[in-house]
Design a protein around this ligand. Structure first.
Ligand code: FES
Length: 132
């Protein structure tokens, strides 16, 4: 938690290696946000239209991921990844987070990662971290 500042965008894989996500601190409360201000959120990086990455298009101070570089879909990352505009017809999958002893943990994916009919199929899971 102490290493995340407003406006930061941090990429990580979850739940499988190679499933790219981003975490960001928006500076204002967000749906399912964690932290004192409930403003830290994470999402899968693959656009739900055709799988292009929106990780390089995250604008935390505008609560936005996008426009997607492929066909311009934009997602509201303060409201669960809702489609603001564009070709995609489903929300950007939110990575649900939990905080314990100052550490941020990914706990599950809200929705399907683009290209998967099962988020955990055909891949190597990220190793679970066990807290004491
Ligand atoms: S892949 Fe993102 S809008 Fe088409």
């Amino acid at each position: 938690m102490s290493e995340v500042s407003t406006g930061d965008v941090i990429e990580f894989d979850y739940p499988l290696q190679g499933q790219s996500n981003f975490l960001t601190k928006l500076g204002e409360s967000a749906w399912d946000g964690v932290g004192a201000d409930e403003d830290i959120v994470a999402f899968n990086s693959q656009c739900t239209h055709a799988g292009c990455s929106v990780a390089g298009q995250v604008v935390p101070n505008e609560n936005r991921a996008g426009p997607c570089p492929c066909h311009y879909t934009s997602f509201d990352i303060s409201k669960g990844g809702l489609v603001n505009m564009g070709q995609a017809t489903s929300d950007l999958p939110q990575i649900e987070l939990d905080v314990e002893d100052g550490e941020i943990y990914a706990t599950y994916v809200e929705g399907l990662v683009w290209g998967y009919h099962n988020n955990l199929r055909n891949g190597t899971p990220i190793e679970a971290v066990q807290s004491n």
